[in-house]
Design a protein around this ligand. Sequence first.
Ligand code: HEC
Length: 213
Amino acid sequence: MAERKESAKKDVLTDHMYDGIMEYDNPTPGWWHLIWFGTIVFSALYILVYHLSPMVPSHQQTVATAMRKEMQEKFGEIAKLPMGDEKMLLLMGSEDWLKMGRTIFQNKCVICHGPEGAGFVGPNLTDDKYKNVRKLEDIYTVVRDGAGNGQMPAQKTVLNDSQIAVVAAYVASLRGQNKPSVKELPEEVPIDPWPAKPAAAPAESQGAGGSGA
Ligand code: HEC
């Protein structure tokens, strides 16, 4: 009881009342000030550490680094394989690689070969007729080094070797779709079909087609 009286002495009521509620005219407590100043110090440190210092990478940098690492790991598997029919067929047999090839195609090639590869400035890539291509690997070479005196621009300065291989595999997979040609070259001739998939292909992502040879 005595304690109560003691504190009541310090508490001075203000003279206003709302809905029957009155308040003391006390200063804000120390702990409240501490938290308030704490948030100010924290915000200053936050700006310094996260925005102004290179100590902590930004969110964008973290994402970019993670993506680069993932790409490298992914490409690591195929970068070791020498270019050739086998590698092209391996890429063509994988949904994941074809998806990546499609993305590259959409970014770099549709402007000349059309969204479906049926041609525009460059020729139709969905039929059986080619000018610079006789075997599967030639697609990779044409994309890497260009063709037609630079009308088909070389991609080796724009894409890395694995990206070229992947987009080449995607282009090879367009063959047979036979989209109505938007553009054909007079020099195009029908070529042999792509080689069959190796009989002992590792059963990765494909269901067995069952074409025994
Ligand atoms: C600036 C326009 C342009 C761009 C961009 C372009 N191409 Fe071409 N492409 C051409 C032209 C033109 C030809 C025909 C070259 C010739 O006359 O020999 C061609 C030919 C080709 C051929 C050979 C076709 C044949 O019948 O010999 C392939 C394969 C090919 N391009 C794939 C690609 C891929 C993949 C990309 C994207 C990485 C790409 N091209 C980007 C214009 C382009």
